[in-house]
Design a protein around this ligand. Sequence first.
Ligand code: GLY
Ligand code: MN
Ligand code: MN
Length: 435
Amino acid sequence: MNPAEFPRRRRQLMRIMGKGSIAIVPAAPQCLRNRDVRYRYRPDSDFYYLTGFPEPEAVAVLIPGRDQGQYILFCREKDPKKERWDGAIAGPQGAVELYGADDAFPIGDLDDILPRMLEQCDKVFYSMGADAELDQRMSQWISRIRGKARSGVHPPQEFIALDHHLHDMRLYKSRSEVAVMRRAARISAAAHRELMAACRPGMTELDLEGLFLQACYRKGVREQAYQPIVGGGDNATVLHYINNDQVLADGDLVLVDAGCELECYASDITRTFPVNGRFSEPQRQLYQLVLDAQLAAIAQVKPGNPYNAPHKAAVRTLTRGLVKLGLLKGQPAKLIKEEKYKKFFMHGTGHWLGLDVHDVGDYKIDGHWRELEPGMVVTVEPGLYIPRGMRGVAKKWQGIGIRIEDDVLVTRDGHDVLSKDAPKTIEEIEALMAR
Ligand code: GLY
Ligand code: MN
Ligand code: MN
């Protein structure tokens, strides 16, 4: 990431906020996995977006126009003993020198310093309800200021949802964000290729997960944007299947939904392919239908189209195809209206993608689907899921779950599929697996 991005974002937010206002953004807490064992720290996406500061126990404060500096960071103090165990701490001095804070204080001084900053401001930009502890301290600070009314001090008059503005900013990816997301998608796509080429009957779902992780590690990428889903046969019909511990059977399909996280940016790719390298006839028919739906949906990703245009295209293609294959009976238009396709396709066709895999940003504005605009990134991920034993469905279709998911950037004249290096046509997949 271009380091100039962080001050640019802070300036952009402060322009929106205007004078007389303050924004308060806490870092995420350090989470325990179980007694004494910590998860590797992952910054909060909003906090990281504005600061690039990678440590817990920090609060970023923005005060547009403040003479002594507009960007103030409260953070942990240096502590040689602690650093001996857990590694370097930037400390307030490091926050200024390395992370561009105009001013920095120990986090322990928050209760002393922040109320004095608050009483200078009319408007507070803050995401209420996201950090219970900070919410409580905030209301204590406000009531403390109220208690000083006779000395002429007022608490801020207005509280404004910071996430609303910040999440709108995050929805539009800059050139350097797109560059990072493209790299993340390429690394994930290459990892999908690798496990596809290596897959054989008798291997386990966990083997494929391992191959995916290894391929990412080899590129120097440790983090995953979410728990990988590797489901063979019937397991692919469980949408959030993450056990990934079964043997892959000859004749089954396997669904792999996995995407690495690079510099906190997500990729999110799903591919479905035959364990033995050759699609059976029923698998081929269903797979081609999902692929047709996905291509029809991707074609709808362009500026000016409403957010749900890809979903509508996918539903149209899937419903018509399901009728042709005899899985639904009736008039496609009526079946769509009655949402009969939901028996086989029960999720949306995608979501925003960015620092969070299900990224932030409003999908509707004033009750209407938002228009797609250049710089937005969406996933396009239709699927069909037919579990074993599903009533009213011929045996040959059962035990098949298929999803095809790509990461798609909206460009000025249409779209760019960031994850296109992962094979998805039947011919490409069979050719790769035959090698
Ligand atoms: N892997 C999560 C999703 O596809 O939304
Ligand atoms: Mn997704
Ligand atoms: Mn996914």
